[in-house]
Write a protein that binds this ligand. Structure first.
Ligand code: C2E
Ligand code: MG
Ligand code: MG
Ligand code: MG
Length: 286
C-alpha cells in the first residue's frame, strides 16, 4: 500500500508540475493576442484620506479575463508578461485605459481624484516608453497632476541613474511618482535622499499585524516611516488596511492615505464610479 501511495503521490506531483508548465506556456502564448482582443480589464481600488475619510484617489489594478483559464491575477501573468516583453504593449494598454477612465471621472465632476498606475521595470528601461506615455496623455487630455505612477524599489534600484532621470522628467511634466511596497525591497535610506518621490506606499506586510501594543515592531516601523515621509515632504499611503483597529492606529499616527479591503476591494470601473458618486464608504469608524 505504501508503495502504491508513493506512486500515486509522485504521479500527482509530476502532473501538477506538468500542468503548471502547460499553464505558463498557454499564458505566455496568448498574452500578445489578448491585448489585441481586449481580454484585459482594469479594476479600481479607492484610497481614503486619513483626515477627510473620503475617497482621495484610486489605483488601477489589471485583471485578465482569459477565455479558457478564467479570471487571472496579475500576480500570475505580470511576471510572465515581463519575461516575454508583452508587458510593453500591455503596459501601454493599461496606461491609456486608466487615463481614459480618469478623464471620464474628471469630466463628470469627480475632480481631483488622481489615478495610480503600476509600472514595470521593463517599461522604465524601454527608451521609447516615455515618449509613448506623453503622447497618450496629450491624446487623452488628462491633466497630468491626476496621474501617479507606482514604481517598486527593486525596479528603481536596477538602474538608479536611469530611474532618477526618468522620475525627474516625469515630475517635470506634472505627473506624480510613488514608491510602491516600501520596506520590502533592499530598502536603503540613502536612495530616498536622492530619488525625487511624491509618495511612499508602505507595504501591507507592515500593516497586517498592527496592534496598539507597545512591543509591536510594526507599529514602531510605521510611526518612523510616517515621520520620515513627512520630513522628506512625501505623502504616506498605507496598503492592506483590513481592520478597524489598523485604521484607527494609522489615523492616530497621521498617515495621509489608507487603502485596503476595509474600504473596498479592487472593483470594476462602473462599480467604482458608483462608489465615488455615493460619496463614499460604508464602513467608516465613529
Ligand atoms: P500592488 O501594486 O502592491 O497592489 C496591491 C495589491 O494588494 C493588489 O493585488 C490589491 O488587490 C491587493 N490588496 C489591496 N488591499 C488589500 C487588503 O486589504 N488585503 C490584501 N490581502 N490585499 C490587498 P492585485 O490586484 O492582485 O495586484 C498584485 C500586484 O500585481 C500589484 O501589487 C502590482 O505589483 C501588480 N499589478 C497589478 N496591476 C498591475 C498593472 O496594471 N501593471 C503592472 N505592471 N503591475 C500590476
Ligand atoms: Mg501598486
Ligand atoms: Mg503595493
Ligand atoms: Mg504590494
Amino acid at each position: 500500500i505504501a508503495k502504491q501511495t508513493g506512486g500515486d503521490r509522485s504521479m500527482i506531483f509530476t502532473q501538477s508540475i506538468q500542468e503548471q508548465i502547460e499553464r505558463r506556456k498557454l499564458i505566455q502564448q496568448s498574452l500578445l493576442q489578448a491585448v489585441e482582443d481586449q481580454e484585459f480589464e482594469l479594476y479600481y481600488q479607492p484610497k481614503i484620506g486619513g483626515l477627510s475619510r473620503r475617497v482621495c484617489g484610486y489605483e488601477a489594478l489589471v485583471r485578465w479575463n482569459h477565455p479558457t483559464l478564467g479570471m487571472l491575477s496579475p500576480v500570475e501573468f505580470i511576471p510572465i508578461a515581463e519575461e516575454s516583453g508583452a508587458i510593453l504593449p500591455l503596459g501601454d494598454w493599461i496606461f491609456e485605459n486608466a487615463c481614459r477612465y480618469a478623464k471620464s471621472l474628471n469630466d463628470i465632476g469627480l475632480i481631483d481624484l488622481p489615478v495610480a498606475i503600476n509600472v514595470s521595470a521593463i517599461q522604465l528601461s524601454d527608451p521609447s516608453w516615455l515618449d509613448r506615455l506623453m503622447l497618450t496623455i496629450d491624446k487623452v487630455q488628462l491633466p497630468p497632476h491626476l496621474i501617479e505612477l507606482e514604481l517598486t524599489e527593486s525596479q528603481l534600484l536596477t538602474d538608479i541613474e536611469n530611474s532618477t532621470d526618468i522620475i525627474n522628467y516625469i515630475r517635470s511634466r506634472g505627473i506624480k511618482v510613488a514608491l510602491d511596497d516600501f520596506g520590502t525591497g533592499y530598502s536603503s535610506l540613502s536612495y530616498l535622499r536622492n530619488l525625487p518621490l511624491d509618495t511612499l506606499k508602505i507595504d501591507r506586510s507592515f500593516v497586517s499585524h498592527l496592534q496598539e501594543d507597545q512591543e509591536n515592531y510594526d507599529l514602531a516601523i510605521i510611526k518612523a516611516v510616517t515621520t520620515l515621509a513627512k520630513q522628506l515632504g512625501m505623502a504616506l499611503v498605507a496598503e492592506g488596511v483590513e481592520q478597524a483597529t489598523q485604521e484607527r492606529i494609522l489615523r492616530d499616527i497621521g498617515c495621509d492615505q489608507l487603502q485596503g479591503y476595509l474600504y473596498s476591494k479592487p472593483i470594476p470601473a462602473e462599480e467604482f464610479l458608483e462608489l465615488c458618486l455615493k460619496g463614499l464608504i460604508h464602513k467608516q469608524q465613529e
